[in-house]
Design a protein around this ligand. Structure first.
Ligand SMILES: Cc1cc2nc3c(=O)[nH]c(=O)nc-3n(C[C@H](O)[C@H](O)[C@H](O)COP(=O)(O)OP(=O)(O)OC[C@H]3O[C@@H](n4cnc5c(N)ncnc54)[C@H](O)[C@@H]3O)c2cc1C
Length: 336
């Protein structure tokens, strides 16, 4: 491993774990961790509680930039990877620097999914994925009395809980695309709406959003086929999609995420994908699955790193569900 350079792209739960594992198991190698976001590694699932004021920003972090330095991991914070040359083993950064690697782990995670029909309204809706998103929510909520949640993924349910605790009036628009990654069913719909209504949330049933516009007196108006509603903030919560657009010309096989075998290898020697951005082959079901959730990301990050340093560990999903044509492995929503 001497003089080898291992690079991890992405510093979410999967990338952080991969870098720490590489450091531990490849003591002589150089390890670099590249993160588009500034600051250390934080836990995205605590963002709703951070917004509600129950968590200080510092408490979100599990690893600070100085801790990486102490461990001998080169941490490149606030730097975005914009391309790869897998034949030359090169990584292109947005400020035009090129980094050479001997082994590479892609831990790119996901970004908020906005359904195609709603992209035109993107500027009018807030999403929640990063600390920066959370800061925008905090700022907007200071002057807001009401929030309209659309999409209904799992994040929205825990966030709604916090919003109610903050004394906000919450409206929740549900249709058959709601609750991703859970499969929509009438039972689930009834169960969730009943719980929301009990907590004082106004539940709106809609089939299509026809328009959204800023109101002159402030707030945003949304028209569905059935009704017109308005709120100070509209939040879009349609789940996450892997953030792999910049890899389109890299030669990696992409579908919903980066396709990898059961060892998380991409088909290129020494190149692995892990966490939420990986779409993992399963020989028994003869299909690919994606993983969602903090604990899965950490476990996959560790496995990718161990395989990069020479082990041969297969990843086994615990429970795979078919969600709108995508096979998903997560224990996350079982807790809801
Ligand atoms: C608000 C919220 C609530 C959640 N609640 C729960 C929960 O209750 N339970 C649970 O289990 N899970 C929850 N999750 C999901 C969980 O956080 C994710 O499954 C987990 O973070 C995935 O980890 P990851 O490392 O694969 O990806 P991510 O956490 O998405 O990290 C990927 C990192 O890669 C960086 N990156 C991407 N592209 C580039 C690039 N080109 N160059 C440089 N850096 C790049 C990103 O900036 C990001 O920091 C929640 C997520 C959110 C957002």
């Amino acid at each position: 491993m001497k003089d080898q350079h291992f690079v991890v792209i992405g510093n979410g739960p999967a990338g952080n774990e991969a870098a720490l594992t590489l450091r531990e198991h490849a003591k002589d190698a150089r390890v670099t961790l590249i993160s588009r976001e500034t600051g250390g590694c934080y836990r995205p699932h605590l963002l709703p509680r951070f917004i509600s004021g129950k968590f200080a920003k510092e408490d979100l972090y599990v690893f600070s930039p100085s801790s990486y330095k102490e461990l001998g991991i080169k941490f490149r914070s606030g730097q975005e990877v914009i391309g790869l040359n897998l034949k030359k083993q090169e990584i292109f950064l947005d400020h035009r620097e090129i980094i050479k690697y001997d082994g590479l782990i892609l831990a790119l995670g996901g970004k908020p999914r906005i359904p195609e029909g709603l992209l035109v309204f993107s500027d009018l809706m807030l999403t929640l994925k990063t600390i920066d998103d959370a800061k925008i929510w905090s700022r907007e909520l200071e002057k807001a009395e009401s929030v309209l949640m659309i999409g209904g993924d799992l994040t929205s349910l825990s966030f709604t809980h916090q919003l109610i605790g903050m004394g906000k009036k919450v409206l929740f628009a549900i249709n058959e695309n709601s609750f991703w990654p859970m499969n929509f069913s009438k039972n689930l719909y009834n169960g969730v709406s009943e719980r929301l209504v009990k907590r004082g949330v106004t539940v709106l049933d809609y089939s299509r959003i026809r328009s959204m516009s800023n109101l002159p007196e402030g707030g945003i108006e949304m028209r569905t086929g059935k009704e017109t509603v308005s709120a100070d903030i509209i939040g879009a919560f349609f789940g996450m999609v892997p953030d792999v657009g910049f890899l389109a010309r890299s030669g990696l096989k992409l579908d919903r995420g980066i396709l990898v075998d059961e060892y998380l290898n991409t088909g290129f020697k020494g190149v692995y994908a892990t966490g939420d951005c990986a779409q993992v082959y399963h020989p028994e079901i003869n299909d690919y699955w994606i993983s969602i959730g903090h604990d899965n990301a950490v476990a996959l990050g560790k496995t990718a790193a161990l395989n990069l340093v020479g082990e041969k560990i297969k990843v086994e999903p615990e429970r795979v569900f078919d969600v709108q044509g995508v096979r998903v492995n997560s224990s996350w929503w079982m807790e809801f």
